[in-house]
Write a protein that binds this ligand. Structure first.
Ligand code: ATP
Length: 211
């Protein structure tokens, strides 16, 4: 369980997050919604240790936790970015195995036994040798999800998972997230898409624009 308590964040004297209190239960899908500029990405970045907060606490299983000092090996939150951030000059297999190899020091054998099933599960079997430019938008997203899952995070977070895709892919994304939920993956989805949020989330949290 992750708890956010009284999280505050300002940029240049402008309050963006004022007193955010939120609990994310294991195995749940939490959707974070709110108008453009309200601070959804700021909140996600703070949780993932990519940005700091001014005050407040983050607790992991009841213990105070600083995502910025979190050991990469004990990956708590894996983020799937809006534009996926795949390495363009690496293949699917290289993209997904780079961090497990370098950070988790997985052996070739471990990569085979642990990463291959993730790729198969995400319908990427046989795509190992393709480069990002050879993939459709939906496939790129699944590679980004596989890459995040390969680091065995406690929580998988997505920034706007439907925005870079054709609207017809929305159901596919929703089904993918529900499938991962069935596997017990805890997920956070930042989205403008209230319908998507309502259709998949256990809890919908609204970040309000402050001024
Ligand atoms: N590093 C930064 N420095 C200054 N201001 C920032 C910084 N990052 C974000 N902001 C400002 O904080 C506010 C919240 O931005 P954020 O990206 O979190 O909003 P959002 O709700 O995710 O918006 P969108 O839905 O448009 O992506 C915006 O006004 C943005 O300009």
């Amino acid at each position: 369980m992750i708890e956010l308590k009284n999280i505050k964040k300002s940029f240049n004297g402008r309050m963006i997050l004022n007193d955010i209190n939120l609990t994310i239960n294991d195995g749940d899908i939490l959707a974070i919604v709110g108008p453009s500029g309200a601070g959804k990405t700021t909140l996600l970045r703070a949780l993932a240790g990519l940005g700091d907060i001014d005050s407040g606490e983050i607790l992991l299983d009841g213990q105070q936790f600083d995502p910025r000092n979190s050991d990469l090996k004990n990956n708590v939150i894996g983020v799937v970015f809006q534009d996926y951030n795949l390495f363009p000059n690496l293949t699917v297999w290289e993209n997904v195995t780079l961090a497990p190899k370098m950070v988790l020091k997985m052996t070739k054998q471990e990569l085979e036994t642990r990463i291959k099933p993730i790729l198969t599960h995400l319908q990427l079997a046989g795509k190992d040798d393709l480069y990002p430019f050879e993939l459709s938008g939906g496939m790129k997203q699944r590679v980004a999800i596989a890459r995040a899952l390969a680091m065995q995070p406690r929580v998988l977070a997505y920034d706007e998972p439907t925005s870079a895709l054709d609207p017809s892919m929305r159901t596919e994304v929703a089904n993918l997230l529900l499938e991962l939920k069935k596997d017990g993956v805890t997920q956070i989805v930042v989205t403008h898409d209230i319908e998507l949020a309502n259709s998949i989330a256990d809890k919908v949290f609204t970040v309000n624009a402050l001024s």
